[in-house]
Design a protein around this ligand. Structure first.
Ligand SMILES: *Cc1c(COP(=O)(O)O)cnc(C)c1O
Ligand SMILES: [Zn+2]
Length: 414
């Protein structure tokens, strides 16, 4: 049996694991669609026992996990590469930049971590259907995990989601419901759906285990970094659940006495979808009125986890910044050309932010910076087309062949 309790992040009240399912029953009552969630629950583990039992030589990550392994669906995810990219750092004048490549999860995004844990919880509860709203990746991820785990996925997704993401969900066999509206409309509809028809709701932030699932990326970074805490982790942010999850990883480790300090978390948002950034920098919350950005995965008017995300950034002594769509595309190009990693626009926003860290004077050039690559570029090839020009075809002749060397010279050095 895993030992943990839920704690309400708004009022602090504690609940047993099976006393609650989504939000704090008291604070959640004042929640209305169209505002960030209130009463988001966080899992509190038995940190004294973790401290006693955890061994670096044979790490038992089950100590930090809210669902027992026997409920895990047969879906291999996580354990993604973590490596230094001197060239990426060099492009931005930074000396020690590392990539955590979560684009290499089975469905192509970090969302697999959350979907996996919620599906495990569904197994524990005996729920056969999981419902979510999504800008695209949470849905394609949930569809993949449900396919592997023999569950039904019901998915509300804005009509405008990129084709590759829609293809993924459909191919995995989910019931896909495109909504003529925004992600925020889809979010509201999915809440109403489970309230009326049941099933387990996987909405980000709303189900507490989405934060716990995303937490595993932070635990992995610590281990892969040789049990050291990086100086800074750059996190592309929409609803703020990845940010909350990464914070929770290091907070758990610190509570257990395994690390001395937290990494500074940098929240990166798109210029027009920056409700959390504004909340962090002004202390006042306001929805993003028209969150139009090429980075569909971080396009959110009402970020569900805004309150916890802001607290995570402040408590880690981090900061937030925004990037424009043009900067996101440049970041995508630089990341690909220096490290061989093709990120979707939302993930490329983190790379784009590297160019602003030094200028923000929040950072010294030699500090260790980790860029969280959250989603795969192949999911939105249309967006990346803005970065390239498809070359004219050559004739299949001697003359055609001879033109190649000239083209290479034009490209210049690598
Ligand atoms: C969901 C997602 C994000 C943002 O995560 P939040 O928890 O909504 O802040 C960033 N990048 C990608 C690729 C995503 O799919
Ligand atoms: Zn509460």
């Amino acid at each position: 049996m895993v030992k943990f309790a839920y704690r309400c992040s708004t009022c602090g009240k504690r609940y047993g694991r099976d006393e609650v399912r989504y939000l704090c029953p008291e604070c959640g009552r004042s929640y209305r669609p169209g505002m960030p969630l209130r009463g988001v629950l966080t899992a509190e583990f038995d940190y004294r026992s973790i401290r006693r039992k955890f061994r670096r030589t044979r790490p038992d990550w089950g100590l930090f996990c809210a669902v027992e392994p026997r409920f895990f669906p047969p879906f291999e995810m996580g354990a993604t590469p973590f490596f230094r990219s001197a060239a990426l750092g060099g492009a931005f004048g930074l000396g020690d930049v590392w990539i955590k490549n979560d684009a290499l999860n089975p469905s192509g995004s970090l969302k697999d971590r959350a979907s996996f844990l919620v599906a495990a919880e569904a197994n524990r509860l005996g729920e056969g259907t999981i419902v979510t709203a999504s800008t695209g990746n949470a849905a394609s991820s949930l569809a993949a995990v449900c396919a592997a785990g023999g569950k039904r996925a019901v998915i509300f997704v804005p009509q405008s989601a990129p084709k590759a993401k829609l293809v993924q969900m459909l191919l995995y066999g989910a019931l896909v419901v495109p909504v003529r509206g925004t992600y925020d409309d889809a979010f509201r509809l999915s809440l109403e759906y489970t309230a009326r028809h049941g099933g387990l709701n996987r909405n980000t932030g709303y189900h507490p285990l989405t934060i716990e699932g995303k937490k595993t990326v932070g635990l992995e970074i610590w281990q892969q970094n040789g049990w050291r805490v990086p100086s800074v982790i750059v996190v592309p942010t929409g609803d703020g659940v990845i940010l909350g999850g990464v914070f929770k990883a290091f907070e758990d480790l610190r509570e257990a006495g395994l690390i001395p300090r937290l990494p500074r978390l940098v929240c990166v948002q798109a210029e027009k979808s920056c409700a959390i950034h504004r909340y962090i920098s002004t202390g006042r919350y306001r929805n993003a009125s028209n969150p139009a950005t090429i980075a569909d995965s971080i396009s959110v008017s009402v970020p569900s986890n805004a309150h916890l995300a802001r607290a995570a950034v402040l408590r880690s002594r981090g900061f937030s910044l925004t990037v424009s769509d043009r900067e996101i595309l440049e970041g995508q190009r630089t990341l690909a050309a220096t490290s061989g990693v093709f990120a979707e626009p939302a993930a490329a926003a983190a790379a784009a932010a590297l160019g602003k860290l030094l200028r923000a004077k929040e950072l010294r050039p030699r500090e260790q910076v980790v860029v969280l690559v959250t989603g795969n570029g192949l999911k939105d090839v249309d967006a990346a087309l803005g970065n390239v020009r498809i070359p004219a075809a050559i004739a299949p002749t001697e003359a055609g062949l001879e033109s190649v060397a000239g083209r290479l010279a034009e490209k210049g050095p690598p």
